[in-house]
Design a protein around this ligand. Structure first.
Ligand code: UDX
Length: 431
């Protein structure tokens, strides 16, 4: 099939590469010409395991092409995916201007019937506005659909080839047939519904997962107060198949490009409908409190003050296997500690380049030991594998003060205490 992908950000580029790998002819379009030039030579704008190989392979086979021209990308298209960003506004609302602008341009260059699929995360109902925009610009027949993505960064390729479900939302049977045909090589259950249901599934799923995380972080607070161990409690919950063991990892709370934004968006969307989504407001509030709770813990373990103390931050990205810094907990934590006068030294396996454009006055090292030298506390923020295997005997000798504050519960408390560290995790028994 001839496919056009509008937007070569995270979702667009992965979608383009995956459909091209099934021998579809894919045009990936972006108005950012520099990004398009880079992509033509196989330069991927972000870190995602396996994506570069997939893109290069598809380019080589002639199934994936990049352009900034709607005319070129739309010439023979049968299915167009809108994958442009919907960034959050300051009031928690979402900016749909890129979705509307791209819909207008798609309509302008439409040559024949096509299915126009919204993959960007948009509030249910946005399709009415998009239909209006397209109809005002073209007389050519089209159908609208929504296929939300559920990709996890760092595992996007695996998730694309083995998705938990494929949601196809459309009111048109012709569009439904085309989209089922397009997805036929991808395994997994199909869920067919109308456009609004598809869009709500995406928001509701992300908000639910965010809620699970805030729930377990609340239980972690109780654990810490009574001397219970959240790791055991979480396992005890997860063994109940009605609860499930996923997304019950206590830590610093959720970040990234989806959970915070989608939670705010659903609260704001509900408000416009006249519904006060108090439950989700609490989920968001608990997520914010988790940062203060961690910073207070650091201050306490640094004997009441971090002023002029060298703190070693391990991990900056919002989670491992990505260089994405969007809503990363590290930003909030570092800003708070810097305000208290701490000197921040940090290392991350891939996110330092991005972090340098966001964080100020941070010293970066070439490896964990670099930043730990003469430090007064180790703060584990992102659970990269590289940090799980740190040589703590060596670390003990390097550090000025043997304090470890483990924001993701990756270390063995007993082992660290035996080595002479003052260790605290999240919701773990304090001795
Ligand atoms: C998420 C959804 O999983 C995906 O389906 C959707 O399409 C996009 O948003 P992603 O943002 O890549 O994916 O990351 P995910 O692995 O879901 O983690 C989100 C955040 O929650 C991270 O900050 C992570 O550290 C945190 N998290 C996750 C926890 O704190 N505890 C957990 O148990 C799981």
């Amino acid at each position: 099939m001839n496919i056009t992908i509008v937007g070569t950000g995270y979702v667009g580029l992965v979608t383009a590469a995956v459909f091209a790998s099934f021998k579809n002819k894919v045009w990936a379009l972006d108005i950012n010409e520099k990004q398009i030039e880079n992509l033509k030579s196989g330069k991927i704008p972000f870190y995602e395991p396996g994506l570069k190989e997939l893109v290069l392979n598809a380019i080589e086979k002639g199934n994936l092409q990049f352009t900034s021209s709607y005319e070129q990308a739309m010439a023979e298209t049968e299915i167009v995916f809108i994958c442009v960003g919907t960034p959050p506004k300051d009031n928690g609302d979402y900016d749909l201007s890129y979705v509307y602008k791209s819909s207008e341009l798609i309509a302008q260059y439409l040559n024949q019937y096509a299915v126009i699929v919204i993959k960007s995360t948009v509030p249910p109902g946005t399709n009415d506005e998009i239909t209006k925009i397209i109809k005002s610009k073209t007389k050519i027949d089209f159908d609208l659909a929504s296929c939300p993505e559920f990709l996890r960064e760092g595992a996007a390729i695996e998730d694309s080839f083995h998705p938990s479900r494929i949601v196809i939302g459309t009111e048109s049977s012709k569009a439904k047939r085309k989209l089922l045909e397009l997805h036929k090589q991808i395994p997994g259950p199909r869920l067919l519904c109308n456009v609004k249901s598809a869009q709500l599934i995406k928001y509701a799923a992300n908000a639910f997962l965010a809620a699970k995380i805030s729930y377990i972080n609340s239980i972690a607070q109780i654990c810490e107060k009574i001397g219970a161990d959240i790791e055991k409690v979480s396992r005890g919950l997860g063994l109940d198949p009605r609860i499930g063991d996923k997304f019950l990892k206590a830590g610093l709370g959720y970040g990234g490009s989806c959970f915070p934004k989608d939670t705010w968006a659903l609260i704001s969307f509900a408000k416009r409908l006249g519904y006060n989504f108090n439950f989700l407001k609490q989920v968001d509030e608990i997520n914010k409190q988790q940062v203060d709770y961690f910073v207070n813990k650091v201050v306490r373990l640094c004997d009441g003050s971090v002023k002029n103390k060298k703190l070693a931050i391990l991990g900056l990205s919002f989670k491992p296997d990505t260089d994405d810094m969007r809503e990363a907990r590290s930003i909030l934590i570092i800003n708070k500690l810097q305000k208290m006068g701490a000197k921040i030294f940090s290392y991350d396996p891939v996110a330092m380049t991005r972090a340098k454009t966001i964080l100020k006055d941070v010293n970066y090292g070439d490896n964990p030991y670099d930043v730990l030298d003469k430090s007064e506390a180790l703060l584990l923020i992102t659970e990269w594998d590289e940090f799980k295997n740190i040589d703590f005997k060596k670390v003990r000798k390097l550090m000025k003060n043997p304090v470890v504050v483990d924001g993701r519960n990756i270390y063995d408390p007993e082992k660290l205490r035996e080595l002479g560290f003052r260790y605290e995790g999240i919701g773990r028994k304090i001795q």
